[in-house]
Design a protein around this ligand. Structure first.
Ligand code: HPA
Ligand code: ZN
Length: 335
């Protein structure tokens, strides 16, 4: 089996995927035309050419501009179906999708429009591809905690359809401590908890996410490596990291993939997973993230299998769903 085929054959979960970040320029333009929305770019090609980022914020500015093409329930449905089609082709058996309601409600799109469209796609993906999925609502950390509370109030009308909450957008200057009360309420509601931390922000933000938000996984977390005591804690508590290698290169967190610390984290005993983050913007879906990382860091098949296992174990599904995937994974050779 060649490496690409092997990676595709690994049953894997994608745990760090912003559904708005899977909006390909072709769909962005088609939806903008259909909806009468004017985009800041003249063509699909000009849009792709603008995807040269210097840091997280330079990406977010474009990401929020592109999301303006999404207006109707059908748009969110088509967006998520396109993602599921790609994920299925890459051997994803389970996906936990982040969505950013505030990006849409701020523009006058109803919370329910977003949720209905995404959920319809999740149902359809189960039937068409056998992919299981969950939705995780992300709060935008550049907005206030009160804004987050207002969003949670809307979400509370649909709690059975939302599996967890996360924290995304501009990290620097917006530490997890800003949202301690909001996440306390989310925990009290029985929601699963994750947060972006240690992508651009310091290790102290990862510690805050653990201690104040009580996260079950850290999204990114690669800067944990700068704090040996924190690494030791993450290993001891087996806190999963949802690492996104191609994202980290595009946003200049590491200068090259060869210089990425994923293997160093894995060797230290951390529960590392590989994910795509915003695949339409960062040049690859989960399969491409696995392949490019495996080649750049010379990961063995045993290591790739370990990373896929980590993703299944770190997912928020019950054992009844997880066990058959693990059995399929165990049946794969390691050489
Ligand atoms: N980091 C923070 N916020 C985001 C990201 C990311 O990588 N992608 C979409 N929103
Ligand atoms: Zn992310």
């Amino acid at each position: 089996m060649d490496l690409e085929t092997y990676i595709r054959a690994l049953p894997k979960a994608e745990l760090h995927l912003h559904i708005e970040g899977s909006l390909e320029p072709e769909m962005m333009f088609a939806l903008a035309q259909r909806n009468g929305v004017t985009l800041p770019w003249s063509s699909v090609e000009a849009t792709r050419a603008a995807y040269a980022f210097s840091d997280l914020q330079s990406f977010l500015d474009l990401y929020y501009a592109g999301a303006a093409a999404l207006i109707h329930e059908q748009d969110f449905y088509e967006l998520a179906m396109a993602y599921f089609t790609r994920a299925h082709a890459d051997g994803v058996v389970h996906a936990e999708l982040f969505f950013d309601p505030q990006t849409h409600t701020e523009r006058g799109v109803a919370f329910e429009t977003v949720l209905d469209g995404l959920e319809r796609a999740c149902d359809e993906a189960r039937v068409q591809y056998g992919i299981s999925s969950r939705l995780i609502l992300c709060f935008l950390r550049h907005l206030s905690e009160d804004d987050g509370f207002a969003t949670l109030e809307q979400a509370m009308l649909h709690l059975s359809r939302i599996h967890g909450v996360g924290l995304d957008s501009s990290e620097k200057g917006h530490p997890p401590s800003k949202f301690a009360r909001l996440f306390k309420q989310c925990r009290d509601l029985g929601l699963h908890i994750v947060a972006h931390a240690g992508e651009e922000g310091p290790p102290a933000y990862i510690i805050e996410a653990l201690d104040l938000l009580k996260v079950e996984r850290i999204d990114h977390g690669v800067r944990a490596a700068e704090d040996p005591a924190l690494v030791e804690r993450l290993v001891r508590e087996q806190i999963p990291l949802t690492v996104c290698p191609l994202s980290n290169i595009k946003l200049c967190v590491f200068p090259t993939l060869q210089g990425h610390n994923l293997k160093q984290l894995l060797d230290a005993g951390l529960k590392v997973t590989i994910n795509s983050d915003d695949p339409a913007y960062f040049g690859g879906y989960i399969g491409q993230n696995f392949l490019a990382t495996a080649e750049a860091l010379h990961l063995s098949r045993a290591e790739l299998k370990r990373i896929a296992r980590n993703s299944l174990e770190a997912s928020f599904v019950g054992d009844a769903e997880r066990t058959p995937w693990l059995a399929r994974l165990d049946a794969l050779p390691e050489d």
